[in-house]
Design a protein around this ligand. Structure first.
Ligand code: GRF
Length: 216
């Protein structure tokens, strides 16, 4: 059996995606969880699973730059194969992204490239869109602009509210994020420049699961 890929997960809050990533380890192992907020409730999921946690508060450092540097150096020291952002509410430093390009992935609650940034559910409700969803993408230097790996979509109902959409989208996130990480860990998906490359097996599985993949 192949050695599981070493994954570090970055969180800032609730950590429901972290929990789904921990629950579906196999082809990857979560070796550490890093947070820019020691009070992040999601850290408890890591503690419960005996996974190392590293959490530094901004107040412990003289500047934002020093805070970020400490967090990102801690991540690099662990030599991860993959870095998964899961509700991480801090812009990564350009150096960290460049050094780890192709290794960092993020989950975003919208069908990118539409609705990058915050408040996606409210913005979708204010639009004429008939669908909403989530995207897993590689991280580049921009905000939610990196190459899209896979998406999961759902129809909007007239009765939808921000709360109902948040619940629907989170359920999709918990399915697609562990699947994508497992595929990358098993070398079924990789990045070639800005092109996301899939094995036939990964394509078939994605289709069977109802996920959307970028055009080949
Ligand atoms: C998710 O909606 C994710 O798409 C976004 O932040 C939220 C994190 O939720 N990036 P959780 O902390 O994983 O519950």
């Amino acid at each position: 059996m192949e050695t599981p890929a070493r994954v570090i997960v970055f969180i800032s809050g609730r950590g429901s995606n972290l929990k789904s990533l921990i629950d579906q380890q196999g082809r990857y192992t979560v070796v550490a969880v890093i947070s820019n907020k020691p009070s992040a409730p999601g850290l408890q999921f890591a503690i419960d699973a005996d996974i190392e946690t590293i959490a530094y508060d901004r107040s412990e450092f003289p500047s934002v730059v020093a805070h970020k540097k400490a967090l990102f150096e801690a991540a690099n020291r662990l030599k991860p194969d993959l870095i998964a952002l899961a509700g991480y509410m801090q812009i990564l430093s350009a150096d960290f992204v460049t050094e780890n390009y192709g290794k960092i992935v993020n989950i975003h609650p919208a069908l990118l490239p539409s609705y990058p940034g915050l408040d996606t559910h409210r913005r979708v409700l204010e639009s004429d869109d008939s669908q909403h969803g989530c995207s897993v993408h590689y991280v580049d230097a921009g905000v939610d602009t990196g190459p899209i790996i896979a998406q999961a979509a759902c129809d909007l109902a007239a009765s939808d509210t921000e709360e109902s959409l948040a619940a629907k989208i989170l359920k999709l996130e918990h399915q697609i994020y562990p699947w994508v990480l497992s595929q990358i860990a098993g070398s079924e998906i990789h990045l070639d420049g800005r092109r996301v490359v899939f094995s036939d097996k990964a394509c078939k599985e994605a289709r069977a699961l109802g996920f959307l993949l970028p055009p080949a």
